[in-house]
Design a protein around this ligand. Structure first.
Ligand code: DQA
Length: 154
């Protein structure tokens, strides 16, 4: 039987506060709503979705390792949707963890990072990502999952 696709959805620091945190920038939708919506979309396409949020860099590195290289082949993820949040601009460790897993990933940002403070324009992820979606609010996550659905069904 064909193995169902496994996507890891990672959200970095402060994204557990979505809905309350600067809603004029990040919108009114909560992370629980986003994760629930994506889980439904994934289930419709026989995709296993693992959602993980952490404020701690090492925990994100551990999760990528645990479900990437360390997991047996059957439970390993096939792709990652990641909003590294503030770690976008700082984390070589998470970049290296994704490189080690060697699976496609899409970088998502709710806000348009290029229309904000200059330090937000640099990302440690974009040059390794299959694509970057920013400025489209929480719809960006759905679009990233849609890419994986279409890519794996090709
Ligand atoms: C963010 C943009 C980052 O610069 C910021 O640190 C975040 C959220 C976004 O989704 O727009 O926490 O990744």
């Amino acid at each position: 039987m064909k193995k169902s696709m496994h996507i890891l959805l990672i959200n970095g620091p402060n994204l557990h506060l979505l809905g309350k945190r600067e809603p004029h920038i990040y919108g009114a939708t909560t992370l629980t709503d986003i994760e629930g919506r994506l889980a439904k979309l994934a289930a419709c396409h026989n995709i296993k979705l693992t959602a993980f949020q952490s404020n701690h860099e090492g925990e994100i590195v551990d999760k990528i390792g645990e479900l990437g290289l360390l997991a047996d082949e059957h439970s390993r993820f096939d792709g990652v949707i990641i909003n590294p949040a503030a770690f976008t601009h700082t984390s070589v460790a998470i970049r290296d963890a994704l490189a080690a897993a060697d699976k496609p990933f899409i970088e998502v940002h709710l806000s348009n990072v290029h229309a904000r403070e200059p330090f937000r324009t640099h990302s440690y992820f974009s040059d390794k990502a299959v694509g970057v979606i920013c400025g489209l609010g929480d719809l960006g996550y759905d679009m990233a999952l849609d890419w994986f659905i279409k890519h794996f069904n090709r």
